[in-house]
Design a protein around this ligand. Sequence first.
Ligand code: FAD
Length: 489
Amino acid sequence: MKSNNTCAVIGAGVAGLASAIRMRNKNYNVVLFEANSFPGGKLSTESNDGYRFDMGPSVFTMPEYVDELFELSGKNPRDYFSYEQLDPVYRYFFEDGSTLDGYHGKERFAAEIAKKSSDERETIVRYLEKTEIMYDLTAEVFLHNSLHKVKNFFTKAVAKGILNFGKIGAFTTMHQQNTKAFKDQRLVQLFNRYATYNGSSPYLAPATLNVIPHVEIMKGAYYPKGGMYSITKALVQLATDLGIEIRYNSPVTEILLKDNKAVGVKVSSESNMFDVVISNMDVYNTYQKLIPSAKKPKKTLDQPKSSSGIIFYWGIKHSFENLKLHNILFSADYEAEFNTIFSKKEIYHDPTIYVNITSKHTPEDAPEGCENWFTFINVPNNQGQDWDAFIDQAREAVIAKVNRMLNTDLRPLIQCELVFDPRVIEKRTSSAFGAIYGNSSNNKFAAFLRHSNFSNKIKNLYFCGGSVHPGPSIPLCLLSAKITTGLVK
Ligand SMILES: Cc1cc2nc3c(=O)[nH]c(=O)nc-3n(C[C@H](O)[C@H](O)[C@H](O)COP(=O)(O)OP(=O)(O)OC[C@H]3O[C@@H](n4cnc5c(N)ncnc54)[C@H](O)[C@@H]3O)c2cc1C
């Protein structure tokens, strides 16, 4: 493909890679600048003492948006990567000693949960049908189009969403809707948990976010062969096959502007000129660090940021038969936990723990008879708290809880440890305040207050990734790349 059009993409996160691939398919010559020596941003990998870990995302939904990038490029996605559907997706552990398995599909999920809860099968089916209607009404408005182009509000699908605004739960919280739906408080907690998928509190976030379980339970959750990092590997391979140049160890320090137009990027004092610039760097830091003299959309940038995480990547010298790939060990008082994270901005003394073990599906990720534990708790973003003290506190709380709920003695089984906290996430991916998901969705206008995929002040400057519309997670980042590159003339 010969072309004179050029595009710089800043950052090889999943959205940056997808944007580069889409721009190449629009016949642009693309250079992808990545600050790190490795690709993927949050979707990266590390090894330690014979164990391999996926460092960020672990739940893979809507794989069709990855496949689409290969199909668009005339390639067979299965030549690059493959995945299997999970069923069950999760095992949930509660402090009263009970467990629930979250199966795929409305009927299987409802049958299993009803058998083990005080709610009827019909209640659960009705709830999932309601979330499906909400999804169908909101997807076109909130996921597939720019929310910031007036013409998009005049399409039939968007008009339908807007006319049915009352049905999408914008005026009530997730918790209020879930409390109304279920008698069994464990189900309220189980569905409230989906607020954490974009770093928000179910006690503040609009019930519209109850569409998230629809995606996971009804559309399905998947496991990429070889682990989550194989998504990054496949996208890098595709980008390379398409002739995209990826420059590692190349932090962009400035977006070059001329007459209110983006005209290039500066890397180690070298100016590189381009027709179009797409930033996959967190939008807050793009404004602060790369275009400090530009007028800032203050209201958008100053929105409260999402939660972050403390993650212990543990090599465990034991195999736990009762654990699956995805496991949740719930706290006894969810409201107090979220209040501690979002109001006090501290870590909760008895946090809900997510344990992800890829060696259950990819045995090579751990030595024989051992497991690679990705052990995650939700914490506030970085406001200068004493993180070293929080990490010590979290480690003790997690070990005590695992011992209690799984009836084990974990400490002597921990062979090695890596730790991520908001400071590390901030440094490694340039995410403002180490927030994992950009702005939080803790108010009903949050979706409208995410930054657009383009600059309305600087021509030829675009944004993609989890800090801009439509939001965080692998599928939404891939959709952001689709919307963003669709806006480039
Ligand atoms: C612990 C954790 C768990 C998660 N769990 C899930 C999950 O289960 N499922 C899910 O779908 N999502 C999950 N997510 C969210 C998901 O990982 C993110 O939304 C998504 O990966 C963000 O991708 P991105 O394209 O916005 O860029 P990022 O991954 O943030 O990457 C940005 C890239 O840009 C580079 N960069 C930044 N500034 C510059 C610069 N100036 N010059 C050059 N390069 C630069 C960075 O080095 C980085 O490589 C999780 C995230 C984390 C951290």
